[in-house]
Design a protein around this ligand. Structure first.
Ligand code: ACM
Length: 522
């Protein structure tokens, strides 16, 4: 059974035999989907033009009849037809077609198979939301390019379409920036890392004595972006600011608020060090964003904005002077420093808007004045709960729902912590992720606010996730459940969790086995 579950599926009785004589016919718009089909079935890729009446797979786009990302898939005796509302729709039709084959078809050894029988079927399908994202934190632990590419393939298999790369944080800067080489010469490395959990007395802290680091070159990023583009995945880069910036401050101390000899952080938690608000620092941020825009075609550029402690700003003469010059005041329980962060957000949002891009920020960007004070094209990512997303959507801002209570995949998968690898805390078992509803109940009857919910995103923060294998363990199978939650139209009814597991997830795990994914066993 196909995962995520298609909108409509009708089973026939016969089957289509796919073998080396099968022909592919694709219109221009469906070329990427045809490439995906050839990658999935190398035995067709090798076929020479056969007889005129050979069995054929036809791929085409019909944007009059079908919406964005929608597709129809028909498997008949002698033909398979996939029609998409756009190129992505055809690609998703190919992903569904792959899942009509036995799980073996996903293994490398599949290249040696001589033929596959595909059951007759007719499917019509489309996603409920256009932002179906996954965040990978490559800052706390650097993740090699090969793993990022593997993850992109896995996103595509699950019809997920956004890879949010958290590229910078207190513990590491992962993106080479030509104008600021020290960001990666210094900021990409920490001499050691805390062993065990950060939530214990500092007097008990132990460090591993092992340097950790790494970064992506411009060429790495081009490779990642082009690989993702071929698979209809948008790579949304995040440069977290003005907090979570210690790696940059360690590289260029003039960006900070006077701490002597700042160092890339070796522990977890929320760091007090934040950017100052000198003109030169804002120019630095714009320069970095300019490089980011050169490398990442995404319309959406994430500028973080979460967890920015205000102690340094309160204590700094220069920052206080800036607050006075800007005439910022605190109102309604918000401090002048909150208002300063809102001003900072506005500066970055307008810079991005001037270049045709949209600022995305964590829900803290609402503090210091509320959604009405933000430029209208800002996108709010609601992580602390659903509340920020509800408030922003009601006031007309676009939002992506990412509430930690449901879709943080760095949280524990079960209550039995002894049986699980060390995690940051929390609890988001598979069933909770599956039952997650993207539209908060509060917005069920608010059509105009609901339209501002672009979709949802699952987060994998990697403080306690040092390797790709461990990342796969945290991501899967929860990401399979998330893929269903963000694809399905809940107004059509939702299968009970047990049915999802029995009918779709169990067979799907055989595919993940064939793909060599280190998922957590059920
Ligand atoms: C976050 O988890 N600090 C966005």
């Amino acid at each position: 059974m196909i995962l995520p579950k298609p909108r409509q599926i009708q089973h026939g009785t016969g089957s289509f035999v796919l073998d080396a004589t099968t022909q592919i016919q694709a219109d221009d718009a469906s070329r990427a989907a045809a490439d995906a089909l050839r990658r999935a079935f190398p035995l067709i890729a090798q076929s020479q033009t056969g007889s005129a009446n050979a069995a054929t797979i036809t791929l085409s786009v019909d944007s009059e009849r079908l919406g964005p990302e929608a597709y129809d898939l028909t498997v008949a005796d002698e033909r398979i037809e996939i029609t998409g509302g756009d190129a992505a729709g055809v690609f998703y039709g190919v992903q569904s077609l792959r899942q009509l084959l036995p799980a073996d078809a996903f293994a490398d050894a599949a290249t040696s198979a001589q033929s596959w029988e595909i059951p007759q079927v007719r499917i019509t399908d489309q996603p409920a939301f256009r932002w179906r994202g996954v965040l990978l934190d490559v800052a706390r632990h650097f993740m090699p390019k090969q793993f990022v590419l593997k993850l992109i393939d896995l996103l595509a298999l699950h019809k997920l379409n956004v890879l949010h790369l958290h590229l910078t944080d207190d513990q590491g800067w992962r993106l080479e920036v030509e104008k600021y080489p020290k960001l990666t010469e210094i900021g990409a490395w920490r001499p050691e890392t805390l062993v065990g959990h950060a939530h214990r007395p500092e007097s008990e802290y132990e460090f591993d004595g092992t340097p950790h680091g790494g970064c992506y070159t411009a060429q790495d990023i081009r490779d990642i972006v082009s690989y993702a583009t071929e698979r209809f995945v948008t790579v949304v880069p995040e440069i977290d600011m003005p907090g979570h910036m210690l790696a940059a401050i360690a590289s260029y101390p003039e960006l900070g608020n006077g701490l002597k000899e700042p160092k890339v952080w070796t522990r977890w938690g929320i760091c007090d060090q934040v950017l100052n608000v000198e003109d030169s620092t804002l120019d630095f941020c714009r320069d970095v964003l300019a490089e980011v825009m050169r490398l990442f075609p995404s319309q959406y550029i994430h500028c973080g904005g979460d967890e920015c402690p205000k102690a340094e700003w309160r204590a700094s003469e220069a920052v206080q002077r800036r607050i006075r010059e800007l005439g910022l005041t605190g109102t309604d329980g918000r401090t002048p420093e909150d208002a300063l962060q809102m001003w900072f957000t506005g500066q970055m949002a307008s810079y991005l808007a001037d270049h045709g891009r949209r600022f995305v920020g964590w829900d803290e960007v609402l503090e210091g004045g509320g959604p009405d004070r933000l430029p209208g094209n800002v996108v709010v990512m609601s992580w602390r709960s659903e509340a920020g997303g509800i408030e922003a959507a009601r006031s007309g801002l676009d939002v992506v729902m990412a509430p930690c209570q449901y879709v943080y995949l760095d949280y524990y998968q079960s209550e039995d912590h002894e049986a699980e690898p060390l995690a940051i805390g929390g609890l988001t078992p598979l069933s909770k992720v599956y039952d997650y509803r993207v539209i908060p109940a509060e917005l069920d009857t608010d059509e105009s606010a609901r339209r501002h919910v672009l979709g949802a995103q699952a987060q994998l923060w990697t403080e306690y996730v040092p390797t790709p294998e461990h990342a796969e363990y945290m991501l899967f199978p929860r990401l399979c459940a998330f893929a269903e939650a963000v694809w399905r139209d809940t107004s059509q009814g939702v299968d009970p969790y047990e049915r999802f597991v029995a009918e779709r997830l169990r067979p799907h795990l055989a595919r993940l086995d064939a793909l060599g994914v280190n998922y957590r066993a059920l």
